[in-house]
Write a protein that binds this ligand. Structure first.
Ligand code: IMP
Length: 454
């Protein structure tokens, strides 16, 4: 069977920990979108692994697959694999031959375009990994795919077509001087070698066939979403989005298994008990603000609840895994979660970071929005309208800080009663059962109510 793990908010919901928790029963862990912009943290005893590209399951001896919906930077891939090997692990990672390849010119253009947009305060706040420019080339039918790295003649031909266009874009449109990252010969040599290593290590597959065979023979497959629903290119708050589909539909198009297989399995929505955002764009339930990211921050300065935001940020370690940037913090946004539940078809929820809110007198949620005199229960489709939404906040009594390790051992009833009321509310609003409650960063610090593979 399959289990799909999807972020229900803006990324950073703690998906890596849930993949790790439920991944025990999985034979294969598959990423279906994104690239090295993801930041998945897996904690194993005293060891912490931070992975931006390699599927989290690789830490636990699972086969890790990067599906055709991913964009792959081979340099990051090999760096992460080598680092895992140095720590005594033996990662088994397969790459879809249909996945697209990130080149240095994609990264360069990501930075150049963000810089150009910053003149009018329109930058997205990307991770700078070249994700958007690579997907642009994919859709523009000028991309280089993993399979092309295995054939030097094809690689050369494709680079000779695309690189001069990219160089002209950088130099003539943006007026930037270019270097080796726009040089066909240098790129060809570097990427031909990556292709040789992929072939030597027998790492490339037809992902659909590879996964279909395993599903047919009764293996358990986990689809590991990166980022989250509200930064999905189609269902997120465009243009403050990543360039792929983290939503559950992406698990089918991004791997080559059918939507029926994905929908026939479990789809677990990962919810952080509050909200964070890296980068720009609206955030109706935002508490404080982060300079450079929060719209209007420069004119308005800190929000009225800055201290609270700062407290939650520190308690939750809310700094970007990939970029180290401080995350913007807000209350749980329930219209956002209703939108995510419909888009993804959640069969279960994992609610993380419940411990981080412990000790607050009161915990609030944005239950609905007010917009132009109307009460809305889900997110408007345009970012401009979303940005004008005022949250209708509901207040819950806070819960005490307790020995969360003991809670994780004792089970659901050991969770403080006020926290359980909060969880019941979320579950009722989304009409979905809570399968797991995260009360700390390690997978042992999770209260498990359901194992989706059982
Ligand atoms: P990109 O994916 O680097 O193009 O960035 C586009 C937007 O998605 C930016 O606002 C990023 O901050 C956001 N983003 C990308 N990856 C993640 C992630 O793993 N967690 C949270 N936000 C992300």
């Amino acid at each position: 069977m399959t289990v799909t793990i999807v972020g229900s908010q803006l990324g950073d919901e703690g998906k890596g920990g849930v993949v790790d928790l439920y991944g025990d029963a999985a034979d294969v862990v598959v990423r279906y979108q994104g690239g090295d912009n993801a930041g998945h943290t897996v904690v194993e005893g005293d060891e912490e692994y931070k992975l931006s590209l390699v599927p989290s399951g690789a830490v636990r001896d699972k086969v890790g697959v990067l599906g055709n919906g991913c964009v792959v930077n081979p340099e990051t891939l090999f760096d992460e694999m080598d680092a895992l090997r140095e720590r005594g692990l033996d990662p088994d990672v397969r790459l879809a031959r249909r996945a697209h390849v990130i080149f240095p010119y994609h990264r360069a253009l990501d930075g150049i375009e963000e810089e150009a947009k910053s003149d009018s305060d329109a930058e997205v706040g990307t991770t700078g990994r070249g994700i958007g420019p690579t997907y642009e080339d994919k859709v523009g039918r000028r991309g280089v795919r993993v399979g092309d790295l295995l054939d030097p003649d094809v690689l050369r031909e494709k680079l000779e077509y695309v690189v001069p266009q990219k160089r002209a874009l950088a130099e003539e449109v943006y007026g930037v001087e270019t270097g080796e990252e726009f040089d066909v010969d240098a790129l060809y040599e570097q990427y031909r070698e990556y292709g040789e290593r992929l072939a030597e290590e027998d790492m490339t597959v037809d992902a659909g066939d590879f996964l279909g065979d395993r599903i047919d023979s009764g293996k358990n497959v986990m689809f590991e979403g990166a980022q989250g629903t509200v930064i999905d290119i189609d269902h997120g708050n465009y243009p403050y989005v990543t360039s792929s589909n983290p939503t559950a539909g992406g698990a089918a198009t991004g791997t080559g298994v059918s939507p029926g297989v994905v929908g026939g399995g479990e789809v677990i929505g990962i919810v952080k008990a509050y909200l964070t955002r890296v980068g720009s764009g609206p955030l109706p339930t935002e508490l404080g603000g982060v300079a450079g990211d929060t719209p209007g921050y420069d004119e308005q300065g800190e929000g009225e609840n800055e201290e609270l935001a700062e407290y939650i940020r520190e308690e939750g370690g809310e700094y970007g895994t990939v970029t180290g940037r401080p995350r913007r913090v807000g209350w749980l946004d329930v219209p956002m979660l209703r939108h995510a539940a419909r888009t993804n078809g959640f069969t279960g929820l994992a609610v993380n970071h419940v411990d981080v809110l412990a000790g607050l007198d009161e915990v609030k949620v944005g239950h609905s929005y007010d917009l132009d005199g109307e009460e809305l229960f889900t997110m408007p489709a345009t970012t401009e309208r979303w940005g004008r939404c005022e949250p209708n906040l509901r207040s819950f009594d806070g819960w005490e800080d307790v020995d969360w390790d003991a809670v994780a051992e004792q089970g659901y009833d050991a969770i403080p009663a006020n926290a359980r009321r909060y969880l019941d509310y979320v579950s009722d609003q989304l009409d979905t059962d809570v399968y797991a409650v995260g009360v700390g960063p390690g997978r042992e610090q999770t209260v498990v109510l359901e194992d989706p593979f059982e």
